[in-house]
Design a protein. Structure first.
Length: 216
């Protein structure tokens, strides 16, 4: 049996990001995989890299030794056959929770040596999902696409080949009038959520299937 780790890096567990992460997880489960889902914002208190360099010591090289809420996630990923990550776009970047995990996940494998440059010799496929209030047209190489490509490249180099799916122009809340947000068209947002979002759920479900059947 294959083991997949799915990480929801949104504070909301059942909205856009959480829904897509769970759909991808369902896809993997449909192929017989065991999936462990982590909702980052429900974990015990955690932090990003604290620069202790424990992961560079001969006795623990390549392994983050700091024990907090993130430690079980890192251990699960270390033993997984695939990784699903979902994050909202917050201020043009990943969520703070994911940034903390990302620092801990990547830095532990950096050797600071000319050869090898990566302590991780067990690469796994990664599915990176980003949800965004901004439409997908903003994800050009000069726009948000540059940010996403940076994470994709680093994850590919240190964890495993990474596929990206962007879900833009998302429905942020059910009642836009409550917040007096005049820059949006609430009806258009709802129509998209009812017509396009279901297709995006299908897309990530199939990618969850593929991470087991035909891992990239």
């Amino acid at each position: 049996m294959k083991h997949i780790v799915a990480v929801n890096a949104s504070p909301r567990t059942d909205w856009n990001t959480g829904t897509l992460v769970r759909e991808a997880a369902r896809g993997a489960e449909s192929e017989g995989a065991e999936v462990k889902i982590f909702d980052l914002y429900k974990l015990d208190k955690f932090t990003g890299c604290i620069s202790c360099f424990g992961c560079k010591l001969p006795t623990s090289k390549g392994k983050c030794i700091y024990q907090d809420g993130i430690a079980p996630v890192l251990e699960a990923i270390r033993n997984a056959d695939g990784l699903i990550i979902g994050t909202p776009n917050y201020l043009g970047d990943i969520s703070a929770g994911l940034r903390a995990l990302y620092e801990r996940l990547i830095f532990q494998y950096i050797t600071y040596k000319k050869e090898p440059m990566n302590y991780n010799d067990r690469k796994i496929p990664v599915l990176f999902i980003m949800t965004s209030n901004a439409p997908e047209e903003f994800y050009t190489p000069e726009g948000y696409g540059k940010m996403v490509s940076g994470y994709q490249n680093t994850l590919s180099n240190f964890i495993g080949t990474t596929k990206v799916i962007i879900c833009g122009d998302t429905l942020q809340v059910n009642d836009y009038d409550k917040y007096d947000w005049t820059m949006f068209d609430p009806e258009a947002k709802k129509v998209r959520h009812e017509t396009v979002f279901p297709k995006e759920k299908q897309d990530v479900f199939h990618l969850g299937v593929e991470i087991i059947k035909n891992p990239w």
